[in-house]
Structures are given as structure tokens and as C-alpha cells.
Design a protein around this ligand. Structure first.
Ligand code: PEP
Length: 265
């Protein structure tokens, strides 16, 4: 039985003070919930205070990204060991807002393309290895764009992202990480993926993991759905056989909404 995992990705929202207020409220509201893994993902500058505030609770802290080097002249980057030192247990890797297969900067989102930071499947793979080595649990995001879906390339694109992202891991390492299926067109748009289709793609991801690492890894790995999850649709999504949790953006910014989604799990 896989334990549900609900993560709130705050993106570039919340100051340190706001993050501390939020987690103080969240820990009161979720004090009795033991059968769900709860994560908050603040900005780099707020992870340490959030982790300090959450010490001894059932809520963990994740960073939103990481670099794969241990240290060095890498201006602006944060090493896996630094995240451990700051109190993180998990890290999001390969979010569509950091991936770069569109090769285009689009500040106003006029094209509907969210990728700005040049992340590739290969850099995702390096980050996953470095994070596991340091003791972090990676949450690897994957997902197709709307044009890839329209061209019937969804499965092909996601298989490629999973195969390259998880390359070189042991079966045990794969079993203990998390994959988030996040269709790019559903992120921040209010447009949620059809429940059965989300479950089908999560099942296809599990079958890919099985092909790479065997039955036990496929049975153990937790696969989240992400993309416009909100209190009104969480229960149905989280009831699906291959969906083990949610990666929540917008709806994780308000304690009441986030708590309702956690309770749906
Ligand atoms: C996300 O940031 O990973 C996400 C799924 O955002 P939203 O829930 O706002 O669509």
C-alpha cells in the first residue's frame, strides 16, 4: 500500500514571514493526519525557516530545484548538501517551468509556454543522482505540452522523460523517489486533465518504471498528478488506482484549500 503524498509548490510566492505563518497554521490544521505525507515547497530563501518551524511535525519541506554539483564556482546555484543542511527532505526536479525544450523566453506567457530555464532530461538525470547521493528524495516532474498531446505524442514524450530522467538509478533508488505527472497545458490554467486519462498516463509511467527496474520498484514508486488540482477535483483524482498523490500549485497557497486537498487523500 503506497502512502499518499501531497505537496504544495509555492513557486515564487510567499516571503519568509508569510511562509512561517502558513506552516504554523498548517501544522495546527493537520496535527492529527498521520496517513498522508505532507510537503511544502517554499522558495530557497524560506526553506530553512519553514523547516525549523516544522521540526517534530508530520510535514516535510522540499526545495523547488537544485544543482548537481557539491560545491564550486556556480553562481546562483544551490547544492543538494546545502538543501539537506537547510532542513529539506525532498526536492522538485524538472518542473515544466524550469524545463527548456521550447528554447524560448516568454515573460508574459503570451504563447502559453512556461519553460524558461533550459532544463533538459539529461540535467534532470544529473540532479536526481546528486540529490539521492546527498540524502534527498527527488520528485521528478514530467508532462506533455498541448501540441504534443494534439499530435498523439503524450506517451512517447513522457516515456522519454522517465527513461532519461531515471537512467543509471538502482531499483531501490527508483522505488524510493516520486514522479509527478504534470501535463504542461494543465498547470496554472484551471484546466484539469480528465481523471481517467490522468490515471492512464500515471499507469503508463508505472509500467515504464516496471520495464526499467522491475515489479518492486513499480509497486513502490509514488506517482503524483499535478495540474490545476483544487478542493473540488482532488477527491476524484486521488481515488484513482495509479495516482498516489498531488503536486499542487495555486491551491496550495491558501491553508484552507491545501488542507481540504490533504484531507481528500
Ligand atoms: C505546479 O506548480 O506544479 C502546478 C501543478 O500548479 P497548479 O496546481 O497551479 O496548476
Amino acid at each position: 500500500m503506497r502512502k499518499p503524498i501531497i505537496a504544495g509548490n509555492w513557486k515564487m510566492f510567499k516571503t519568509i514571514g508569510e511562509a512561517v505563518d502558513f506552516v504554523n497554521n498548517l501544522k495546527t490544521e493537520t496535527a492529527n493526519i498521520k496517513d498522508v505525507d505532507i510537503l511544502v515547497c517554499p522558495s530557497y530563501v524560506a526553506v530553512n525557516k519553514a523547516a525549523e518551524t516544522l521540526q517534530g511535525t508530520n510535514i516535510s519541506v522540499a526545495a523547488q530545484d537544485v544543482f548537481w554539483k557539491e560545491e564550486g564556482a556556480w553562481t546562483g546555484q544551490v547544492a543538494p548538501g546545502m538543501l539537506i543542511d537547510a532542513g529539506c527532505k525532498y526536492v522538485i526536479i524538472g518542473h515544466s517551468e524550469t524545463r527548456g525544450r521550447f528554447g524560448k523566453v516568454d515573460d508574459d506567457m503570451t504563447s502559453g509556454l512556461l519553460a524558461h530555464f533550459g532544463e533538459s532530461d539529461e540535467s534532470v538525470n544529473k540532479k536526481i543522482h546528486a540529490s539521492i547521493k546527498a540524502g534527498l528524495k527527488p520528485i521528478m516532474c514530467c508532462g506533455e505540452t498541448i501540441s504534443e498531446r494534439k499530435e498523439n505524442k503524450t506517451d512517447e514524450v513522457i516515456k522519454q522523460q522517465v527513461e532519461t530522467g531515471l537512467k543509471g538509478l538502482s531499483a531501490n533508488q527508483a522505488a524510493n523517489m516520486i514522479i509527478a505527472y504534470e501535463p504542461v497545458w494543465a498547470i496554472g490554467t484551471g484546466e484539469v486533465c480528465d481523471t481517467q486519462e490522468a490515471n492512464r498516463v500515471c499507469g503508463m509511467i508505472r509500467a515504464t518504471v516496471k520495464g526499467l527496474f522491475g515489479d518492486a520498484s513499480a509497486e513502490n514508486i509514488r506517482i503524483q498528478y499535478g495540474g490545476s488540482v483544487k478542493p473540488s477535483n482532488a477527491k476524484e483524482l486521488l481515488n484513482q488506482s495509479d495516482i498516489d498523490g498531488a503536486l499542487v500549485g495555486g491551491a496550495s497557497l491558501k491553508v484552507a484549500d491545501f488542507v481540504e486537498i490533504i484531507k481528500s487523500a
